[in-house]
Design a protein around this ligand. Structure first.
Ligand SMILES: [Zn+2]
Ligand SMILES: [Zn+2]
Ligand SMILES: [Zn+2]
Ligand SMILES: [Zn+2]
Ligand SMILES: [Zn+2]
Length: 281
């Protein structure tokens, strides 16, 4: 019979704490919607590449890779390019240069060979180039920015978390109360009115938002379902050891097993469900 009572007590405390959770949740929901912050925390600038992102504005940096200049017609040798070319001159006057005779043109006979006389190299015709607007358009964006569209997640301030030291501080005198059930009530009542932090949240793959709570924080699951974490939080700061496990299914089994061995802590709650609810609400 005693054993049975203990089990019932444990069931009660869990269901009572669940009631508190339901109450807190409802309370949070009926509060006026918090104005959504327009600040972003992603550290990025919203940017979508447009035509300007591909344009070089510095006119001294054309992107075409061409030099500006006039074109040329090019040259291909024709018959007219060939003729007799003087390749040397032979002295034919037969005289030594002495006083009275200085070699002049008539003293020489030119030697010719047939060859190129145009004096040009063959070349392809080239077009001239003057940079135009197109010379300053890049194939890839050159704005230097990353494309980014703010998602809902960008508005979440992940650093907006509580300091666990504050929780310790708030309940540091809890042990002055000897009665465990009163300690539990003290902590639970003190948490009434606590709200999820709408400024710090995560967005899941279904676009559902999950908000920060200190209860999630305590169990290193900041945005997790906090119903069960709330229970653990209350027990922890009420300094009631019930071998809480953040996995509720484990905890319930474990609790029942533990009671068989330890028993005594099971006596902490003997209050009726009704009375507890009434006290809290
Ligand atoms: Zn851009
Ligand atoms: Zn020629
Ligand atoms: Zn001569
Ligand atoms: Zn150009
Ligand atoms: Zn962003």
């Amino acid at each position: 019979m005693k054993e049975k009572n203990k089990k019932r007590s444990w069931k009660q405390i869990v269901s009572i704490l669940s009631c508190i959770v339901v109450f807190c949740t409802t309370y949070a929901l009926i509060l006026p919607a918090v104005t959504l912050s327009t600040d972003t925390y992603c550290g990025k600038e919203a940017h979508t590449h447009d035509a300007e992102c591909y344009r070089e504005h510095d006119k001294s940096k054309p992107l075409c890779g061409l030099e500006e200049g006039e074109g040329s017609e090019g040259h291909t040798h024709t018959e007219d390019c060939y003729g007799n070319v003087e390749v040397g001159r032979n002295l034919i006057c037969g005289m030594e240069e002495v006083e009275g005779h200085v070699h002049d043109d008539s003293c020489y006979q030119s030697e010719f060979e047939y060859g190129l006389i145009c004096g040009k190299e063959e070349s392809e015709p080239t077009e001239g180039h003057v940079h135009n607007e197109d010379c300053y358009i890049s194939e890839t964006p050159i704005c230097g920015k990353e494309e980014h569209e703010h998602s809902r997640e960008c508005y979440s301030n992940k650093e907006d978390v509580e300091d666990p030291k504050d929780w310790e501080e708030a309940y540091k005198d809890i042990n002055k109360e000897e009665d465990a059930k009163t300690r539990i009530l003290t902590v639970a009542k003190n948490e009434v009115g606590y709200k999820e932090n709408k400024a710090n949240f995560s967005v899941d793959e279904n676009d559902a938002e999950h908000y920060y709570t200190r209860y999630g924080h305590l169990y290193e699951d900041m945005y997790g379902d906090w119903n069960n974490y709330f229970t653990g939080y209350v027990l922890k700061y009420a300094n009631v050891k019930m071998n809480f496990d953040k996995d509720i299914s484990k905890w319930q089994n474990k609790t029942i097993d533990d009671q068989k061995e330890e028993g005594e802590e099971g006596n902490v709650i003997k209050l009726g469900d009704f009375r507890l609810r009434k006290t809290l609400l």
